[in-house]
Design a protein around this ligand. Structure first.
Ligand SMILES: [Cu+2]
Length: 124
């Protein structure tokens, strides 16, 4: 009798475990698919006191801009555009009209390195 109970519990545990595993896999796949279908993007990773920029942008093509505050609290302004990102507005879609070099600056007084907190990126 007790053997049957243990056996049933074991089977239930196995089924639950398998279910959770597959759920995780499909959630991850959905995430990957979303990333693959998303358009071009530029990511501004801000830390004390520099920007690391990843991604690509092409002139005339909509790009998703996003700010990630990895360390400290910073905001981003792209010189020559009206783009401004901060912790309230972390992403924006934007189309660069002209190719060339653009400069991002920190738009939030963030500490002793604030004035030097700027970086350049190229729009193709
Ligand atoms: Cu700053």
């Amino acid at each position: 009798m007790q053997k049957w109970i243990m056996f049933s519990l074991f089977i239930v545990a196995c089924l639950l475990g398998t279910g959770v595993l597959f759920q995780n896999i499909s959630a991850r796949q959905a995430e990957l698919a979303k990333e693959a279908t998303a358009g071009p993007s530029l990511k501004f990773n801000a830390s004390n006191y520099k920007f690391e920029i990843s991604g690509k942008a092409k002139a005339g093509e909509k790009v998703t801009l996003s700010l990630v505050n990895k360390e400290g609290l910073h905001a981003v302004e792209i010189a020559g555009t009206n783009v401004k990102l901060d912790n309230n507005t972390k992403t924006a879609d934007f189309t660069f009209e002209k190719p060339g070099e653009y400069e991002v600056i920190c738009a939030l007084p963030c500490g002793p390195g604030h004035a030097e907190m700027r970086a350049k990126f190229v729009v193709e």
